[in-house]
Design a protein around this ligand. Structure first.
Ligand code: GDP
Ligand code: IMO
Ligand code: MG
Length: 427
């Protein structure tokens, strides 16, 4: 399977990093195609934990070329700090490549992100305040500054001057803040930041196609998830990029005919960080149990993730919009101690049963989940490696989910470690 996409199917933090790292063993290249350092992908290898934000999750293998594609928004200061962190842990980042077409996140993006949130008050989205939305907004309104602009100091300065004319007006007149100084920013970004970025910058589209033409295996690593997608998510409670599988085509520069396999990563339950509708959200002690046992706190922001039951209505939609070929289900072990496990099979909206996602967002806000409850397995799954090891109740749960979402669950995560998974035969 030369080209594979790994995509989040819920509201993020499904364990994309863990499975990307696992698949990377068989790959030559891992390409991030969207998002920025709003992502937090945790890998646990030989007991050591790596929290990645921008660097693709394949970086831990010596044979992988990690690529940051054109669809990503890059804060170069954060990227270089991550490279330093990995280097200090003995990871060689010299093979990293960054698209010259990727857009930069600069300090005014972060400030505007935080200010927009503050002014939205109770309507705030709960963004990561990393400047993601403002950077993608500049890309769309064609005033963004790209990674390649770092290579041409004259152009970088010209673009910065032009954009700060506008940003500084907004910051000083609308938000009553201090303006950004062109000289100061130019000095920082055209100094050490530029010098250290230069070796990584290249034509990543060419690189990806050369790998594919040579028959090498390329993995496209999604950040965020289907329901945080700007088009397909629970707008406006979404991120500003296209995490769905189609985003890999634009965000890395490959056509759909190159894609052979699309693996959707789903948690055995659901979590969401930030605001927005969440039909299966749990506010009781079962929810607290999932947060405690699943360590459901943001990798980078430390925020408590909102917990809920697995939602088959959402998952059916994720199977469709991503053309999933299979599902990797993570964190099954987090349900180990529960007496019963519920799954949302449909929504009730004002007395009407919905088995597919209601197209009107207001309906989603009012939806009550219709759940089916299955017996728990009350067994520690964390050391299991074969499908036959699983207790019958756990196998029934997986069969039930597969039946509900009509897509095979090929892999099951039973712990955070690289080796803690079960390869099921697709049914
Ligand atoms: P991502 O953003 O989709 O890569 O997911 P995160 O890394 O933000 O969050 C997933 C968390 O669950 C991480 O701390 C992983 O180490 C952990 N994890 C991944 N798979 C499993 C699993 O199967 N079981 C358990 N218990 N933890 C897992
Ligand atoms: P990974 O890749 C979970 C959420 C934020 C907020 C919304 C918009 O680790 O799964 P943004 O800063 O992107 O403008 O915030 O999206 N969000 C995530 N939630 N996992 C993520 O990434 C997320 N990236 C953004 O909490 O609700
Ligand atoms: Mg995460």
């Amino acid at each position: 399977m030369p080209a594979t996409i790994v995509v989040g199917t819920q509201w993020g933090d499904e364990g994309k990093g863990k499975f990307t790292d696992l698949f990377a063993k068989e790959m030559s290249m891992v390409v991030r195609y969207q998002g920025g350092h709003n992502a937090g992908h945790t890998l646990v290898v030989d007991g050591e934990s790596f929290a990645l934000q921008l660097v693709p999750s394949g970086v831990l293998y010596d044979h992988i070329v990690p690529v940051i594609g054109n669809g990503v928004v890059v804060d170069p200061v954060v990227l270089l700090a991550e490279v330093d962190m990995l280097t200090a842990k003995g990871v060689d980042c010299s093979r990293l490549r960054v698209s010259g077409n990727a857009h930069l996140i600069l300090p005014y993006h972060q400030e505007i992100d935080a200010l927009t949130e503050r002014y939205l008050g109770k309507n705030k989205l709960g963004t990561t305040k990393r400047g993601i939305g403002p950077s993608y907004a500049d890309k769309s309104t064609r005033v963004g500054i790209r990674v390649q602009d770092l290579l041409d100091p004259k152009i970088f300065r010209e673009k910065l001057e032009a954009v700060l004319e506008d940003k500084n007006q907004v910051l000083t007149r609308v938000y009553n803040r201090l303006p950004f100084d062109v000289d100061e920013l130019a000095e920082t970004y055209l100094g050490e930041v530029r010098d250290r970025m230069v070796p990584y910058v290249t034509d990543t589209v060419g690189l990806v196609h050369e790998a594919l033409e040579a028959g090498q295996h390329v993995l496209f690593e999604g950040a965020q998830a289907t329901f945080l997608d700007l088009d397909h998510g629970t707008y406006p409670f979404v991120t500003s990029s296209s995490p769905t599988a189609g985003g890999a085509c634009t965000g890395a520069g490959v056509g759909p005919r190159h894609i052979d396999r699309v693996v959707g990563i789903a948690k055995a339950y659901i979590t969401r960080v930030g605001a927005g509708p969440f039909p299966t959200e749990l506010f009781d002690e079962v929810g607290d149990h999932l947060v405690d046992v699943g360590h459901e706190y943001g990798t980078n922001t430390g925020r408590r993730r909102r917990p809920g039951w697995f939602d088959a209505v959402m998952m059916r939609q994720a199977v469709r919009v991503n053309s999933l070929s299979e599902i990797a289900l993570t964190k099954l072990d987090v349900l180990d101690q529960l007496d019963e496990v519920s799954v949302c099979v449909a929504y009730d909206v004002d007395g009407e049963r919905h088995e597919t996602l209601p197209y009107h967002q207001s309906d989603l806000h009012r939806a009550t989940p219709i759940c089916e409850t299955l017996p728990g397995w009350k067994t520690d799954l964390t050391a299991m490696t074969e499908p036959g090891d699983l207790p019958v109740e756990a196998r029934n749960y997986l069969d039930f989910l597969e039946d509900q979402v009509r897509c095979p669950i090929s892999l099951v995560g039973v712990g955070p470690g690289r080796e803690q998974f079960i390869h099921r035969t697709a049914s």
